[in-house]
Ligand binder design. Structure first.
Ligand SMILES: Cc1ncc(COP(=O)(O)O)c(C=O)c1O
Length: 383
């Protein structure tokens, strides 16, 4: 019997080793990994620069409390501030914890209560993360929820502008909803969000936990859509697999997070910071990010071939975050793809989500497309 709580519907596969885009299971079967720990190992598995940085730090010092000055944290924070609309960074350990911090910061800085978020959003599994999430299934059985969260349909500017909530501390948004089905926000909706924030003097929180750290072809996805967030939450790809999260905020919010107002024991841990610095040194480079953009465009162009299949309704995405929406549930297709040697994920019942490493080879994209065309056109797959 397993002594683990059965919170995950696990696949019947155990990965023993992995390098770059490839993972090998305990039976020696090789997989092209377009999951990458769910947008975590953005540089692929076992990246030499990140490995080297962690190994070096391992022999120096792992952890000291946040009572000490910490140059590694300063360096990592500077990289995040230089590459975002924010100036100040708080390090934590996960995406949900970053969103928790973002919501606390917004409420404390504004002195206001309400947070507007969107249907089908996903912001994590803590109480604030669940409350912010616009999906009932995430909250079932865990009530009462944290108060003060209001949900508006996604990509519906009229519904947002008609929202009559007052005392709004912040609007919280994913630029491309990840877990909710790889849904990019549309331009008129984004304009309405910025106007709504201005009208209510509400802060804009952009949850870049899945879309950030180069995933969509820029350091953060909001850059491509003309937003100016006050707070950004990041995690997942930030440490290329080392658990770490960050709340990034504008300088004006600095007083709200004064000494003693927020904290976490492990936040900014030195091994995590070594991983973050090495990861960002590779990803936050113009050449690297423009390659991600061009590979993303290549992936989306190749997906047009998949779109021709009768079960496919739509293909969409931004950069190297893509979704294939089908006319039917995709669970059995995902299993069949895995058997063919391609690891992909669902996003909601009908969407296959692709999250290749940012340094994926075009030949690997071709291989994945070939597997998808083979499996998705196979009527024998039981659905
Ligand atoms: C957009 C978004 N926000 C928050 C989270 C929660 O992050 P974590 O699982 O690290 O707590 C996720 C995780 O999938 C996410 O995709």
């Amino acid at each position: 019997m397993s002594h683990l709580f059965q919170t995950y519907g696990r696949w019947n596969v155990e990965i023993k080793e992995a390098t770059g885009s490839w993972a090998v299971d305990t039976n020696g079967k090789r997989y092209l990994d377009f999951v990458q720990g769910i947008a975590v190992t953005n540089l692929g598995h076992n990246h030499p620069k990140v490995n080297q940085a962690i190994k070096k730090q391992l022999d120096q010092v792992w952890h000291v409390s946040n009572l000490f000055e910490n140059e590694l944290q300063e360096k990592a924070a500077e990289k995040l501030a230089t590459n975002s609309s924010g100036d100040l960074v708080f390090f934590c350990n996960s995406g949900a914890e970053a969103n928790e911090g973002a919501i606390k910061l917004a409420r404390k800085a504004t002195g206001k209560t309400n947070i507007v978020t969107f249907l089908d959003s996903f912001h994590g599994r803590t109480y604030a993360g669940m409350a912010a999430t616009g999906q009932d299934k995430i909250k079932m059985g865990y009530g009462p929820m944290l108060e003060g969260f209001h949900y508006v349909p996604f990509n519906d500017p009229e519904a947002l502008l008609a929202c009559e909530v007052d005392d709004i501390a912040a609007v919280m948004l994913e630029v491309v909803q990840g877990e909710g089905g790889v849904n990019p926000a549309e331009a008129d909706f984004l304009e309405a969000i910025q106007a709504f924030c201005d009208k209510h003097q509400a802060l804009l929180i952009v949850d870049e936990i899945q879309t950030g750290i180069g995933r969509t072809g820029t350091a953060f996805a909001y850059e491509q859509v003309g937003l100016d967030p006050d707070i950004i939450s990041a995690a997942k790809g930030l440490g290329n697999g080392f658990p770490v999260g960050a709340v990034i905020g504008k300088k004006a919010l600095g007083d709200a997070f004064s000494p003693g107002s927020h904290g976490t024991t492990f936040g900014g841990n030195m091994l995590a910071m070594a991983a973050v610095n090495a990861t960002l040194d590779v990803i936050f480079k113009e050449d690297f990010l423009s390659e991600v953009k061009s590979k993303g465009a290549y992936l989306l162009s190749k997906l047009q071939e998949v779109k021709q299949l009768s079960i496919v309704k739509e293909v969409r995405g931004k950069g190297l975050m893509a979704g294939i929406e089908c006319h039917q549930p995709v669970g059995d297709y995902i299993t069949a793809l895995r058997e063919e040697g391609l690891l992909v994920l669902p996003a909601g019942p009908n969407v296959i989500r692709l999250l290749p490493p940012l340094n994926v080879e075009k030949a690997e994209v071709d291989q994945a497309i070939e597997a998808m065309i083979y499996v998705l056109s196979n009527e024998k797959v039981e659905v």
